[in-house]
Design a protein around this ligand. Structure first.
Ligand code: SF4
Length: 203
């Protein structure tokens, strides 16, 4: 495995996007994680306790993209490890996915202060890690959990929830973020209907 030089970059020194992705992909998944753990490219590293890289299968059929680590995720380094994680687990169960079928990561690897939304500049700075993860894990379907994931992954598109589209060679589907299901129970049935309508994407 080719090693990457870990650069102690200055704030917002995001570097050349394509070049970073290419180097990360060539270096392999372990280096992606190691680079993200050492990264100081955007200001979010200052308030992060642990980097939250991703969890799940190394050969997933489905990759979920969330927004950003929250308090529990920041403490444990594990994505979707709190209340929203329990909702995601239920969603995955409803989808009929087994452990080997899915992976989840966020648009940024560090927790934004006060759980605010990550800024566009922070998402852009962290995006090479996400794109390298997608390239290396090569899921068949990407499920974007909410608007932030949509804006991060396909900013030039406006997706309709529950309606799959092809994007950069794979299917993508936008659904509600599991946290939205905690605060608005009526969205649970809507989310289930979106899942039912799209089961053939992963079954
Ligand atoms: S959020 Fe991403 S780009 Fe920003 S410091 Fe953390 S790992 Fe680096």
């Amino acid at each position: 495995m080719k090693e990457l030089e870990i650069v102690a970059a200055e704030e917002e020194n995001c570097g050349n996007f394509e070049e970073r992705v290419q180097k990360l992909v060539e270096a392999g998944y372990e280096t992606v994680a190691r680079e993200a753990i050492a990264c100081t490219r955007c200001p979010l590293h200052k308030s992060a306790t642990k980097r939250v890289i991703g969890k799940g299968s190394c050969n997933p059929k489905v990759m979920f993209i969330g927004e950003a680590p929250g308090k529990t995720e920041d403490e444990t380094g594990i994505p979707f490890n709190g209340r929203a994680g329990k909702k995601l687990d239920k969603m995955v169960e409803y989808m009929g996915l087994s452990e080997e079928d899915w992976f989840v990561a966020n648009t940024v690897k560090c927790r934004p202060p006060e759980n605010r939304r990550p800024k566009a500049s922070e998402i852009e700075c962290c995006k090479p890690f996400l794109i390298a993860q997608i390239t290396l894990l090569d899921p068949e379907i990407i499920i974007l959990l909410g608007n932030t994931a949509e804006k991060a992954y396909c900013p030039e598109r406006k997706l309709e929830r529950g309606v799959p589209v092809e994007y950069e060679g794979r299917m993508i589907l936008k659904l509600y973020h599991p946290a939205a299901l905690i605060y608005t129970a009526s969205k649970i049935d809507v989310q289930k209907a979106f899942i039912d309508k799209n089961r053939d994407l992963w079954q």
